[in-house]
Design a binder for this molecule. Structure first.
Ligand code: NAI
Ligand SMILES: O=C(O)C1=N[C@H](C(=O)O)C[C@H](O)C1
Length: 242
């Protein structure tokens, strides 16, 4: 499978390039970054797949350019909205090429998300704390948002009983998604970690996953690439192929 990497000079992109170069069933078709012509690189190098780890603000133009250039898209870049996904479904119908988007490509992290979803049925209180390196541009993480979305499928509203009345410092309770509080820690030393804390009368439970090297994402990226390369469909979340 011929793989073009978009965002190839980035933290994730460099890791993907090295992974592709060392994998027996993959060929590096192109290493693309800011200022390069994605469509031309895809066509001139006969890329089957574009693996994208760029920036949230260019996520849609990247997917469109990939699909209309004749390649399938495997996208790790965060920030996709439900409206984005509806638009992408239309592009897939037009091009016959597939798109696989995952807020997190680590199987262990996706299991954490699923565990939190299951637990959400039984706990009325929940907060998510995500921890990333200081260079991360977006907050909270796409993983935290996806986790909150999954948990909210099991319970309409969380933290109804909290008594937040006096804000000594505005914003101290973090972000809010249907009552779930979300907190983003940015600190050198972290790659990507997340805790989901669920509580109820007399107890709390913490579900945590830590990524300490970006190689942890590679098996999931390979799984997604092998799945989507010959399918004209949209997949949002690695859990759908586990
Ligand atoms: N889904 C997942 O499992 C993961 C997702 N991510 C997400 O991937 C994205 C990238 O993360 P990092 O690699 O840490 O960022 P980074 O900033 O290290 O790398 C981004 C790269 O994209 C390039 N770039 C920016 N605009 C571009 C454009 N228009 N065309 C081509 N290249 C462009 C930059 O020059 C840079 O080399 C972020 O949204 C992050 O949240 C990161 C890790 C895992
Ligand atoms: O920017 C990162 O590093 C990561 N971003 C993704 C996210 O926003 O969820 C995935 C992982 O947390 C690493």
């Amino acid at each position: 499978m011929r793989v073009a990497v978009n965002g190839a000079k980035g933290k994730m992109g460099q890791t993907v390039v090295e992974f592709v170069q060392n994998h027996s069933s993959l060929e590096l078709a192109a290493a693309i970054d800011l200022g390069d012509d994605l469509a031309a690189e895809v066509k001139n190098n006969s890329a089957d797949i574009v693996v994208d780890f760029t920036r949230p603000e260019v996520r849609m133009e990247t997917v469109k350019s990939t699909l209309f250039s004749g390649a399938s898209a495997v996208v790790g870049t965060t920030g996709f909205t439900p409206e984005d996904l509806d638009t992408i479904k239309g592009w897939i119908k037009e091009t016959g090429k597939g798109c696989f988007i995952a807020p997190n490509f680590i199987v262990g992290n996706v299991l954490m998300q699923q565990f939190a979803k299951q637990a959400a049925r039984y706990y009325e209180y929940a907060e998510i704390i995500e921890y990333h390196h200081q260079q991360k541009v977006d907050f909270p993480s796409g993983t935290a948002v996806k986790t909150a979305e999954l948990m909210s499928e099991e319970r309409e509203k969380f933290n109804i009983g909290t008594n937040d009345q006096v804000a000594n410092i505005e914003g101290s309770r973090g972000g809010d998604y249907k009552g779930i509080k979300l907190h983003a820690v940015r600190m050198p030393g972290f790659v990507a970690s997340q805790e989901v804390i669920l509580g109820d009368s007399g107890q709390y439970m913490t579900i945590r996953h830590d990524s300490i090297e970006r190689t942890s994402y590679m098996p999931g990226i390979l799984m997604a690439s092998e799945y989507i390369h010959d399918k004209a469909e949209l997949v949002y979340g690695l859990e759908h192929i586990l």
